[in-house]
Design a protein around this ligand. Structure first.
Ligand SMILES: [Fe+2]
Length: 644
């Protein structure tokens, strides 16, 4: 390649001026700091991040960017990508490093707007009224080049000749920098794109070549749930780019063929204004495979794998089945509002950094056989219409959900959308309307979009409801709850635990409690002597007295170990706990405290439960310190059916 020195130098001057202007524009983004610890990195981006406004920007090649012949973006992986790896993206040949330079990971590899010009319709949901989306597909993640501590100071530099006439003489100094991206197999090709102009006025400087995954059809992200109360049949669900049925092999040589399903853009909700799920947030989910493994023993360990000879197999995984309903002993973990967070220094549209310590602590619980089952009660992944984030969430929970029964309830961030039949008219699901949730987490419900069910494990009857679907006394869900609660055989399952997403009692904000919901459903809990009520939605931990209509009907007494003990031999009212502290930014408590609120903790963590027929014990575990910061017991008479 040869250049005419005078014109090239002229153009170079313009380029330098351009870069100077872009680097001197003000930005207060805290993203520009060096970031080391994953939790610290993202603590300011747990809500809808600054990054989310990107899709509203007019996008083009940066003026003059094609005049810098030295500028390149290279990726460490020359060969096809594995199912999980860290990729180093290196930018070289930069004439003037700027704190406005950033790199996006794009998938599918299509960093332009040429084929999606109709997306220029205004999108009111994010409040940004620019006319074109940044990209046809929203970036998977992004990071500022200044995350490389040597980038802005040009620590890594090279001296370049401008033309052959220079005969190798140093004429211009260029700088380089590197970023590390955590990449998991999301099936579609990816590319990395270098932008100038920050998130406010982005333009393209350079693109990498598209990279493919070595096996886009690889069976991945398997997770297991109960289908009934026997502990002998478990549902296994996984994701693959392959639409042909695959198999699960389990136990001693048993095999079962998968049912294959998926969902499309057309299945997403929308309104007059396109939702993220239907439009720029869409990402092809591949195919969701599901099998029911039967003939198992409850409370026992077996191994399984899933896949096929043509697309490959998962590794062999050990799973412990939950106890059958009516048996004695159950250990379970429960929490709400977890989400996911990147394992690198990038931002995504919606991330929950607290989830990382919670996941780590719960993996240790599963490894220590402290979890027969897990209940995640709403606000599951916070993908909220940016569908690739479901893959990252499924990847994150895999060490738990592939080894212990992972049961779920639906939350506002899975279901709610305008004109979609949700009780609350908010855009919180980003247009998902429960479709991805129900596909990834098929629970033992009676029908689609009726996400309520009950299940028995050992001495507990769990009722899982949807606070996002009609719960009024004339509703189908209410009638189901009433019938289900009345049918519980308390000699078989003495404990009745009621779960949903939005709370009946919380000290945080009157908007978090819908008193119409409390008025309608609370009497059912009392009439049926529900022992414990667990909700999320509010991001902290709070425990009540035995409460009804905001009045304490009983106060627990301390046992010999100083643990609050509720005596349900003389039942008065349910005990409520809010447990939405598993990842999303924590909510602080107000100074004023109502008399029904006995314990308030604003720390990340989860609840560890242990039920026998005589005692139900709950502990709140701080996932960072692993300390038990609250514990309480509910006691009952020994059952006449107890096996000694
Ligand atoms: Fe919520």
């Amino acid at each position: 390649m040869s250049f005419s020195p005078p014109s090239f130098i002229y153009n170079l001057s313009i380029l330098l001026l351009l870069f100077f202007c872009s680097s001197s524009s003000s930005s207060s983004s805290v993203l520009h700091h060096l970031m080391v610890n994953t939790t610290a990195v993202h603590q300011n981006f747990t809500a809808i991040s600054e990054f989310r406004t990107l899709n509203r920007r007019v996008l083009g090649q940066c003026p003059g960017s094609n005049l810098n012949p030295f500028l390149h973006i290279n990726v460490s992986s020359n060969s096809a990508l594995s199912d999980e790896q860290f990729v180093t993206v290196t930018v070289t040949g930069v004439l003037r490093p700027s704190d406005q330079h950033w790199v996006a990971m794009i998938s599918p590899s299509q960093s332009d707007v040429g084929s999606c010009l109709l997306n220029g319709i205004l999108y009111a949901q994010t409040g940004d009224l620019s006319k074109l989306p940044l990209l046809c597909h929203y970036p998977v993640k992004a990071a500022f080049m200044s995350n490389d501590p040597g980038y802005l100071s040009c620590k890594k530099n090279e001296c370049k000749a401008l033309s052959k006439l220079d005969k190798g003489k140093c004429r211009v100094t260029t700088c380089s920098g590197s970023l590390s991206f955590h990449v998991i197999n999301i099936r579609t090709d990816i590319e990395f794109v270098l932008f100038a102009g920050g998130f406010e006025n982005p333009c393209i400087l350079a693109k990498s070549n598209p990279l493919s995954f070595s096996n886009p059809k690889k069976p991945l992200y398997g997770h297991i749930s109960s289908i009934d109360s026997t502990g002998t049949s478990m549902r296994l669900t996984w994701v693959s780019g392959d639409k042909e049925p695959q198999q699960a092999q389990y136990g001693n040589g048993k095999t079962v063929k998968s049912q294959v399903t998926t969902f499309s853009q057309h299945d997403m909700c929308s309104s007059a204004l396109p939702s993220p799920a239907k439009d720029f947030g869409w990402h092809d989910p591949g195919y969701i495979h599901s099998v029911v493994m039967t003939g198992l023993e409850p409370s026992s360990t077996f191994s399984y794998r899933y896949g096929s000879n043509s697309v490959g197999w998962s590794e062999q995984i050990q799973f412990r089945s939950p106890p059958a309903g009516g048996s004695d002993d159950l250990k379970f973990l429960t929490f709400g509002d977890m989400g996911k967070a990147p394992r690198d220094s990038s931002v995504e549209h919606y991330i929950q950094p607290g989830s990382i310590s919670v996941i780590k602590a719960m993996v240790d619980e599963v490894n220590s056989n402290n979890a027969d089952s897990v209940f995640h009660i709403g606000d599951i992944s916070y993908a909220t219409g940016f569908l690739v984030e479901w893959d990252f969430f499924l990847h994150q929970i895999n060490p738990i959900a592939s080894r212990a029964s992972y049961m779920t309830a639906i939350g506002n961030h899975e279901r709610d959308y305008i004109d979609s039949g949700s009780v609350y008219i908010t855009p919180d699901s980003g247009g998902e309307c429960g479709v991805p949730y129900e596909t990834y987490f098929p629970m033992p419900t009676t029908a689609k979009d009726k996400p309520w069910y009950s299940i028995e494990q050992a001495s507990v009857h769990f009722i899982v409801m949807s606070t996002e679907h009609d719960w009024s006394p004339i509703s189908e869900q209410y009638q189901w709850m009433k019938k289900d609660m009345a049918s519980v055989d308390r000699s078989k399952t003495p404990w009745l635990i009621f779960m949903g997403h939005r709370p009946m009692y919380s000290s945080v904000g009157i908007l978090n409690v819908d008193w119409k919901f409390v008025e309608a459903v609370e009497p059912l809990l009392l009439e049926n002597k529900v022992d414990l009520v667990l909700f999320g939605h509010v991001h902290n931990y709070e425990r009540t007295c035995s409460v009804y209509r905001k009045q304490c009907k009983a106060i627990p007494e301390k046992d010999q170990n100083g643990i609050d003990t509720y005596d349900h031999r003389n039942y008065s009212a349910p005990v409520h706990a809010v447990i939405g502290m598993a990842g999303f930014t924590l909510d602080k408590f107000p100074n004023k405290v109502d008399s029904w609120s006995l314990k308030r903790i604003s720390e990340f963590g989860y609840v560890r439960g242990h039920a026998t027929k005589e005692e139900l014990k709950l502990e709140f575990v701080n996932s960072n310190t692993r300390a038990v910061e609250d514990s309480f017991r509910i006691i009952k008479n020994p059952s006449p059916h107890r096996k000694l």
